[in-house]
Every structure is written in C-alpha cells, then in structure tokens.
Design a protein around this ligand. Structure first.
Ligand code: FBP
Length: 281
C-alpha cells in the first residue's frame, strides 16, 4: 500500500504542474458518459496511468476518463478506480479542484473498497488518506507531503453544501435544505466535490448533498470514482454517507460508470436526511 500512496504523491506533484501551466480548453474527445473532456483531464489521466503502470502491487485500474478497465500486473493485489481531476472545469476560474482514488480488492464494488485517497489542488496542495479506520491529512511543501493532522468529524456541523439543479429537486428535498438554512446552517458550495467535502471535514461537519433529481434520477456523481471513496473517508472520520435510504457503501454496482444519489456528513445531518427520505422511498 505504501508504494501506491507514494505513486499518488508523485502523480500529484506532476498534476500540480499541469494545472499551473496546462491548457484549460476543451479537447475533441468525449468520455464514456458523454462529457466533453478537457485537455487537463486527459493530461492528468495520462500521468496517473503511466505512474500506476510501474507499481507491481496494482492489478488493474479504471479511470473516470476511460471506457474500460486496464489490466496492469497479473499478480497485483489491488484495483484502483480514480477521477484524475474532478471539477476540472473550475481551473480556468481558479477555483480548487481535486483527484480522487478508490482502492479496492478482488472486485470494483462498494463491499470491496479498502482505502481511499483524495488530493485537493487549492491555495495549498493537501492529500487525505483513509486507511485502517483512520483519516490522515498531509500537505505538499517543496515536493514532499508532510503529515499535518488526523481528521475527525464532530457529531453535528454548520455547513450545508447543496449540489444539483434546484428546479429539479423533489419538494421534500427542497424542504430539507431550507429547514437546515432556517436552523442556521450556512451555504458553502463551489461546484467542486473535492474542496466542498474537504471543507466540511476540516470545519467539523455539516452536509453535502447531490440527490436524485427529476432530470437525473440516479444522481450525477459516479459510484466507483467519486462516491465510494468519499463514503469511506466520511465513515472512517466518524460521520456517514447515504443514498437517502441506506449506507452508500451498500449500493450495488452493475456498470463501472454507474452513478448514485449521495449525502455525506456528520451523524446528526445524516440522520436528518434518512428521517426525511424514509417517507419518500
Ligand atoms: P466531473 O466529474 O465531470 O468534474 O463532475 C463532478 C462535479 O464537478 C463535482 O465535482 C461537483 O460536486 C458536481 O459535479 C457539480 O455538479 P452541479 O454543477 O450539477 O452541482
């Protein structure tokens, strides 16, 4: 596992250079879910695949930017699903973005995720590693990631990060969100999943929601690359992650690019979501 974390550190130093110097324009290509790929997405993906291809313990990888699984080392122990540069469309407006990695064993599904790493490219570059029921944060300084702190969520927070298009919200979801604002929660939503979830983790708690909507019945965020890794981080940090009705780590995956509605937060907020949604199953 140490070689995988080291590989992610190396890739992140390279991706930081791509973000600083790279071309933020659109490429000619579309990924398998029909999104036009930015040149930054492709450049970051190439860096990660090259570095992972040299790690013997990695059996196979799958990228959000690619259609299918890439087999690397037959005797490898781990499978890695990753989003090379989540929220990449925010780079040209100089907002924070991130890379997300889910580390699986035997199969790409929620039951087999054993570790997660995400890297925030913001005013500072920070890496958060969730392994063995603990969550640790590191910060990049002079090409080296230094340990900063253990990350733990409080039982209840103050942040409300409300994803997706409000006009397509179910009335009961709109009520949930508004009731939280009326209870004094404050809005913090950049449109970048990585910095938005990082803020809630470091500010002690709250709720990030990307629900099912009338236009996206299965939500937007991808299970293997985005949702399951952050679910492991939030659970190991003492919070929770649900799809509205159950732990998101009980969601079944039938296709590598499946999406799911998702809610990440401290325990009080997760209970509140389950309470509201249970009557609307
Ligand atoms: P990409 O994987 O295509 O970057 O999309 C993911 C994302 O940008 C998340 O980072 C963010 O939370 C969400 O989509 C924003 O979606 P919306 O603009 O619909 O709220």
């Amino acid at each position: 596992m140490k070689d995988i974390i080291k590989a992610i550190e190396t890739a992140s130093v390279e991706i930081k250079k791509i973000i600083d110097l790279g071309d933020t324009s659109k490429s000619e290509n579309e990924n398998s879910t029909g999104d036009t790929q930015l040149k930054l997405d492709i450049a970051s993906d190439v860096v990660i695949e090259k570095i992972f291809s040299e790690i013997p313990s990695i059996k196979a990888i799958v990228s959000e930017e690619q259609d299918s699984i890439v087999n690397l080392h037959e005797d490898g122990e781990y499978l890695i699903a990753y989003d090379p540069l989540d929220g990449s469309s925010l780079v040209d407006v100089n907002l924070s973005v991130g890379s997300i990695y889910g580390i699986y064993k035997n199969e790409f599904n929620a039951q087999n995720i054993i570790g997660a790493v995400y890297v925030v490219f913001g005013p500072r570059v920070e890496m958060v590693v969730a392994l063995d029921n603990s969550v640790k944060m590191y910060r990049l300084y002079e090409n080296k990631f230094n340990f900063i702190q253990d990350v733990k969520l409080n039982e209840k927070g103050k942040i409300n990060a409300t994803g997706s298009t409000q006009m397509n919200w179910a009335p009961f979801h709109k009520k949930l969100v508004n009731d939280m604002f009326n209870d004094g929660y404050y809005l913090r939503y950049s449109g970048g999943m990585v910095p938005d979830l990082h803020q809630i983790l470091l500010k002690g708690g709250g709720l990030f929601s990307y629900p099912a909507t009338t236009d996206k019945q299965k939500g937007k965020l991808r299970q293997l690359f985005e949702v399951f890794p952050f679910a492991l981080v939030y659970e190991f940090a003492g919070g929770g992650a649900v799809d509205g009705f159950k732990r998101v780590l009980e969601v079944e995956t039938t296709h590598i690019h499946d999406t799911t509605p998702c809610f990440f937060g401290s325990n009080e907020e997760i209970k509140r979501v389950l309470e509201v949604y249970k009557n609307h199953g």
